[in-house]
Design a protein around this ligand. Structure first.
Ligand code: NAD
Ligand code: TYD
Length: 351
């Protein structure tokens, strides 16, 4: 079978990246998928065990901030497309160590852009740099309104500031060097393989272990939740059909206040674990708020819906159930990453 595309996916051992890698490896046997990942605390090759021997898949361990290494792999493999997901991705960690976010999210993205550019020397026919970003670059909404693709950037956390900066560089390379790019800004993802530092998997793990559920502030913060496999499907669609130089917002049409989401999660977990209904809710503990906590994110995803025909395929209740089932059936995965360094992170963050 002749290879039609050589795609570099960065951050493929992480949460969203692993779902994107699996989808592409399985759906496109004539694409060669190279997964580049530094395997930080958030990267885990166990996420890709089922496809690691696929003939159209290769893993490359490496850091996107290593300029010489990145130039070399581009010279060797001549990737015609990049789907760039590698990032430091957790807001709380960005508050305690912002510089790490500038290094990976800003400098790392620049290094990839430079390598892509110098590899193709302006001959960008059939090439694509696809940058994966977040709705957090838009800052916060009040009680009403939605983020659209034309909402001004107004990031409030070091994480969102670093992602906003990387988005600007991708756009600037498009304008300045005609680099062919597309950017998507997605809302909060949840699903299988998410590291238990983000709200949903952290709380699932704590419920399993009868530990307190630390809700920041009064819990009246709102997020728009999307099932990770629906994000991967949207990425596939934008990769193949998105217009160059465009941005697409991706969201779940699914806003939840944290406290309501946590109560739903508690009820579903009680049922799954055969615990008395109401017992997990008793674990809810209101703790000190996150500094600079954005009140509300909500995406207007009508552009990707109208232009590319994408909508989420599962409801939140269905997605949450699939997610809970996965965590309950994969306790070894959960246990192996909640040992060691996770314990010191947890202690530092939650006391
Ligand atoms: P994640 O933290 O689960 O995974 C990040 C991956 O990147 C890990 O495998 C890690 O090892 C790798 N990585 C980190 N630094 C690296 C470096 N210097 N070099 C090479 N690899 C490195 O993140 P995620 O939640 O899967 O997010 C993936 C992308 O999607 C990020 O760009 C994030 O900003 C974006 N995003 C995430 C969400 C969400 O809700 N999780 C929503 C919208 C957008
Ligand atoms: P998170 O999953 O960290 O995603 P993001 O900050 O990128 O939206 O948090 C989702 C929401 O849940 C956010 O409003 C912060 C809140 N939250 C808590 O209340 N307690 C927690 O322990 C965590 C991790 C998050």
């Amino acid at each position: 079978m002749s290879i039609k595309k050589k795609i570099l996916i960065t951050g493929g051992a992480g949460f969203i990246g692993s779902h994107v890698v699996r989808l592409f490896v399985k759906k496109y046997p004539n694409y060669h998928i190279f997964n580049l990942d530094a395997l930080t605390y958030a990267g885990n090759l166990e996420n890709l065990k089922d496809i690691e021997d696929a003939p159209n898949y290769a893993f490359i361990k490496g850091d996107i901030t290593d300029d010489v290494f990145i130039q070399n792999i581009f010279e060797t493999h001549k990737f015609d497309s990049v789907i760039h997901l590698a990032a430091e991705s957790h807001v709380d960690r960005s508050i305690s160590d912002p510089l790490a976010f500038v290094k990976t999210n800003v400098i790392g993205t620049m290094i990839l852009l430079n390598a892509f550019r110098s590899c193709w020397q302006g001959d960008f026919q059939e090439k694509l740099f696809y940058h994966i970003s977040t709705d957090e670059v838009y800052g916060t909404l009040g009680e009403t309104g939605l983020f659209t693709e034309t909402t001004s950037y107004d990031p409030n956390s070091p994480y969102s500031a670093s992602k906003a900066s990387s988005d600007h560089f991708v756009r600037a390379y498009g304008e300045t060097y005609n680099l062919p790019y597309v950017i998507t800004n997605c809302s909060n993802n949840y699903g299988q393989n998410q590291f238990p530092e983000k709200l949903i998997p952290l709380f699932i793990n704590n419920i399993i272990n009868h530990k307190p559920l630390p809700v920041y502030g009064d819990g009246n913060y709102t997020r728009d939740w999307l099932y990770v496999k629906d994000h991967a499907i949207a990425i596939d669609l934008v990769f193949h059909k998105g217009k160059l130089g465009e941005t697409y917002n991706i969201g779940g049409f699914n806003e939840w206040k944290n406290i309501d989401l946590v109560k739903l999660l508690c009820r579903q977990m009680d049922q799954k674990l055969n615990r008395e209904i109401g017992s997990s809710e008793k674990l809810i503990t209101f703790v000190k708020d996150r500094p600079g906590h954005d009140l509300r994110y909500a995406i207007d995803a009508s552009k990707i819906k109208d232009e590319l025909g994408w909508t989420p395929s599962v409801t939140f209740e269905e997605g949450l159930e699939l997610t809970i089932n996965w965590y309950l059936n994969n306790e070894p995965w959960l246990n192996s990453i909640t040992n060691g360094a996770y314990k010191s992170y947890y202690q530092k963050q939650y006391g």
